[in-house]
Design a protein around this ligand. Structure first.
Ligand SMILES: NC(=O)c1ccc[n+]([C@@H]2O[C@H](COP(=O)([O-])OP(=O)(O)OC[C@H]3O[C@@H](n4cnc5c(N)ncnc54)[C@H](OP(=O)(O)O)[C@@H]3O)[C@@H](O)[C@H]2O)c1
Length: 318
């Protein structure tokens, strides 16, 4: 495993982070029990992963608790989250009362079986929620930090809706956040221009989500997503084979697969620190950690991706 400094937190964490949410939720989105899901967590630790990302809303905090049992807590970096409205829908205009916010942290700590979390995130913040965040929730986060229940303060964007990183563009320059979770992938590299320069300037640690997601987990899904980008006028159809627009990746002798390329693409982006990988399958986890540890993509491949998708920002890859 390789380890990286997570921005101004100064913590050294694994470059591959286990995402305990997403479409798989460690397999719990299907039929896996917490005990079964905890095997993915334990496997990640065996592979040298020290960064674990969960959230109150994922239902996987108990699995993390079981998976880390017997490990040195001080060597792990655990991230969890609370929503900031009365539910996770970022269209809901009702702000979360501070008492409920604190109750979410207490529930997370109990579920995780730990006295503190390394990183507590404001989850999927919408632009209209920022005022409540600044005025009510951040002062409470500072109080919880002073009490020793959280070490660092994080914010995640709602990438599906906030495709141009509006919230993080406003939040990062305030200097109020230690870490940000950013949507970034081969078919929406917008953060390269709009966000990573800000993260570097303010020394904010970054976690990459949506590296693969649904759009990049199969050739068929990639063809559908790129077809949409062509319809939207963000990809020039002359530059791709519409039937297999990313086929050139796996055809390259130095690239194993489309999924491998997707993780390698994220890993080496300047300003990106931890690449999250979410899965319910041990074999995928093993493969993905290897991908994140593989060398940068060949220069001609990176250039080709930039030519094709350099202007694409209209879909997240959800
Ligand atoms: N706003 C937010 O705060 C927010 C939003 C989204 C995500 N996140 C965080 O980011 C993490 C990463 O996002 P993500 O879960 O979407 O992760 P991802 O790694 O981009 O994509 C994971 C998806 O791809 C599939 N997959 C993984 N490895 C594969 C492989 N080798 N071959 C084929 N398919 C593969 C997985 O299904 P299998 O189970 O079949 O492997 C899963 O459905 C989440 O787990 C969560 O922690 C946060």
């Amino acid at each position: 495993m390789d380890y990286v400094r997570l921005g101004r937190t100064e913590a050294m964490v694994s470059v591959a982070g286990l995402g305990c949410g997403g479409h798989s939720r460690l397999g719990m989105a299907g039929s896996a029990s917490s005990a079964e899901a905890s095997r993915i967590v334990a496997k990640a630790l065996d592979l040298g992963v020290t960064f674990l990302d969960t959230a109150r809303s994922y239902g996987t905090e108990e699995a993390v608790s079981l998976g880390i049992r017997g490990h040195d807590r001080g060597k792990l970096f655990i991230s969890t989250k609370s929503w900031t409205g009365t539910d996770l829908s970022n269209r809901n205009p009702d702000p979360l009362p501070v008492t409920d916010f604190v109750a979410n942290l207490e529930t997370s700590l109990r579920a995780l079986g730990t006295d503190y979390v390394d990183l507590w995130h404001l989850h999927g913040v919408a632009p209209f929620q920022l005022e409540h965040v600044y005025n009510e929730l951040l002062p409470e986060m500072h109080r919880q930090r002073d009490l020793g229940k959280i070490r660092f303060i994080g914010i995640t964007e709602a990438f599906r809706e906030d495709l141009r990183h509006e919230v993080l563009q406003q939040a990062l320059p305030t200097g109020l956040f230690d870490v940000a979770m950013v949507g970034f992938n081969m078919i929406n590299p917008g953060a390269r221009r709009r966000l990573f320069p800000l993260a570097i300037e303010h020394d904010v640690g970054t976690l990459i989500m949506f590296a693969v997601r649904r759009a990049l987990n199969s050739r068929e899904n990639a063809a559908e997503a790129v077809g949409r980008l062509i319809e939207l006028g963000e990809v020039d159809p002359a530059l791709v084979d519409p039937a297999d627009p990313l086929g050139f990746l796996a055809a390259h002798p130095a690239i194993k697969s489309q999924v491998e390329a997707a993780y390698r693409f994220c890993r080496y982006e300047p300003g990106a620190h931890v690449v999250l990988t979410g899965t319910g399958k041990e074999a995928h986890l093993e493969e993905n950690v290897q991908s994140i540890l593989a060398p940068p993509l060949p220069a001609e491949t990176s250039e080709r991706l930039a030519r094709i998708f350099g202007q694409a920002t209209s879909i997240s890859g959800e």
